[in-house]
Design a protein around this ligand. Structure first.
Ligand code: NA7
Length: 552
């Protein structure tokens, strides 16, 4: 592949006299999820030679890996889709309000075919090392099959929830039965019929899979460390009238999404939860609960993210719903979250989750009262007893936001290690670039709205910003761009300040890095909202890439 940037052809030697890599391109993108696919489409359209390196055997990223039963997007299908192509928007029909993993994966494959993306994606290729070659002003990227690719620009489109973690428990490899991680589910599916199954973990993946595993298994035991707030999805067919109205003017609808707080059009609340009487507040919560979906309750009042007292009213409303659904009051109480404000851990969206505990073949173990001790050949030991199982499902989550980036040994100017630089928490400018790492971009990186938003909106914005930046550099004849230390420091401080004005830092969440032992406690995403964030990014560009240094 030849480089088009500045019209230069790749040389046979790099600046240090080492043989040039087999493949030299303008841009290497890591990851063929929705971010990598859109980047490839955009960059190609601007004439940049682009190579996507993807660990999986197919496109789809998180939707390629997370194939557990019940896996489903918690953002409405009509919002969780690309907006860049009007024909694609019009022709694709979602079959449910909240699409399942197989349907989203079909959509990803459809996009890959429609835009002929596969020819520039190298599948089953992990990236191990990425090193900035200062003299050559290129990234030198080593893959797990030992090949090297060089590129002017290196983009980590590796997703926020792609580095899975197993529970920290002794004897984890001793168990002789089958073990599964929700984030690496077998492609052929799993049949639990007649089996005694354990699920460890009650985040979204646990809460989505538990009802379906319970229907199939002979017996299911759920091991819960922290109860989560889960809201009913009220899933079903999309409303045809609403769909027709949106499709009649999709651009206007998408624009509202881009300017919104969370990346989906939704009227903003005007009142605080404590500014209204009990009856009115209750009616608002009840209507959001009955409507279903993630955004309703959290967006019902202005102060739920910032005032503990206001938040308590929503939390108590949800606990009341749990108590009304679950027959056994003791089980209901174990399922009621008390340790974090509502919304400060990502709430889950479920179908029949709480009602599943009314089944005679389902038990709940409260790991706060009886902690995990170890896994054995035949099961799980808690401080209270030994449980025997045929299969164990780890629904134990991810090293979120920084895990997949730090899994690659990334070295910037002077050999600076990204892992080292981020030892006390990630430092970025806009969640897009890192001082000391020229021409490295992170899509939906730490310090950007990312996981607090509809990821599709954030992905498209980042992919477009990065492509715009690369086009700008070509126009300027610049070979490199780098965030300045000052701009990065200011941004990190701003992200912290905005986060600290909310209740988010109170929770031991993966937003805070708290789910991974030893990970620094830092609020990772930017909670300023996707609309305001987009305006900041655009202003920085309009201001001549303020806070970035270009070099020739
Ligand atoms: P999450 O939300 O991180 O949930 C992981 C769950 O696993 C959570 O209940 C954890 O309890 C539990 N866990 C993790 N480690 C352990 C150990 N060592 N022992 C017991 N329990 C443990 O991951 P998901 O995959 O469910 O969802 C991730 C996101 O995907 C989700 O937020 C949506 O955005 C989509 P803890 O709460 O840490 O006490």
């Amino acid at each position: 592949m030849a480089s088009l940037i500045n019209g230069t052809a790749p040389s046979t030697e790099d600046a240090d006299g080492r043989p040039a890599a087999e493949t030299d391109v303008d841009v290497v993108v890591v990851g063929a999820g929705f971010a990598g696919m859109y980047l490839l489409h955009l960059l190609r359209g601007h004439g940049f030679s682009t190579q996507v390196l993807e660990r999986g055997a197919g496109v789809g990223g998180t939707w390629y890996w997370n194939r557990y039963p019940g896996a489903r997007c918690d953002v409405r299908s009509i919002d969780y889709s690309y907006s860049f192509d009007p024909d694609l928007e019009q022709e694709w029909e979602w079959s449910e309000k909240f699409a399942t993993q197989p349907e989203i994966l079909r959509y990803a494959n459809h996009v890959a075919d429609r835009f002929d993306l596969r020819r520039d994606i190298r599948f089953e290729t992990g990236v191990e090392v990425a090193q900035w070659d200062e003299a050559g002003r290129r990234w030198r990227i080593t893959t797990d099959d030992g090949t090297e690719v060089t590129a002017r620009f290196y983009i980590m489109a590796t997703g926020c929830l792609s580095s899975s973690k197993r529970p920290e428990v002794d004897g984890i490899d001793d168990f002789r039965g089958d073990t599964y991680h929700t984030g690496h589910w077998p492609h052929e599916g799993v049949d639990f019929t007649g089996q005694r199954v354990a699920v460890i973990g009650t985040g979204s993946s646990g809460i989505q899979s538990i009802p379906l595993i319970a229907e199939q298994a002979e017996h299911l035991t759920v091991f819960q460390r922290t109860p989560n707030f889960s809201l009913p999805s009220r899933n079903g067919l999309p409303d045809p009238d609403e769909l027709a109205a949106i499709k009649a003017d999709y651009p206007a609808y998408r624009d509202l999404a881009r300017q919104s707080f969370g990346g989906a059009p939704r009227p903003l609340p005007t009142k605080g939860a404590l500014d209204v009487g009990d009856d009115e507040r209750r009616a608002v919560y009840q209507s959001a609960w009955d409507e279903g979906g993630l955004g309703g309750i959290l967006a019902s009042f202005t102060d739920l993210r910032t005032s503990q007292e206001a938040n308590d009213t929503a939390a108590e409303f949800i606990r009341e719903q749990i108590r009304s659904i679950v027959d056994d009051p003791e089980v209901a109480e174990i399922l009621c979250p008390h340790d974090h404000p509502f919304g400060t851990k990502r709430p889950c969206l479920d179908t029949n989750y709480y009602a599943t505990y009314n089944r005679s073949n389902v038990d709940l173990v409260n790991l706060r009262a009886t902690p995990l001790v170890r896994l054995t050949e035949s099961g799980i030991v808690t401080s209270e007893r030994h449980y025997e199982f045929d299969a164990i499902v780890f629904a134990t989550g991810f090293d979120a936001m920084t895990g997949a980036i730090c899994n690659v040994d990334i070295r910037g100017v002077g050999g600076l290690e990204l892992r080292k630089k981020w030892e006390d928490g990630p430092r970025t400018y806009l969640g897009l670039m890192v001082a000391g790492f020229p021409n490295l971009f992170t899509v939906t990186g730490p310090g950007s709205p990312s996981v607090l938003s509809n990821m599709m909106v954030s992905i498209e914005q980042h992919a477009e910003w990065i492509t715009g930046c690369v086009v700008h550099l070509r126009g300027e004849g610049a070979r490199a761009i780098e965030a300045t230390v000052e701009a990065e420091d200011d941004w990190v401080e701003h992200v912290r300040e905005v986060g600290d004005a909310t209740l988010y830092p109170k929770a031991n969440s993966w937003y805070m890095g708290a789910n991974v032992p030893g990970k620094p406690r830092v609020f990772l995403p930017y909670v300023g909202g996707v609309g305001p964030y987009r305006r900041i990014c655009d202003e920085i560009v309009a201001d001549g890439y303020r806070g970035f240094a270009l070099s020739h």
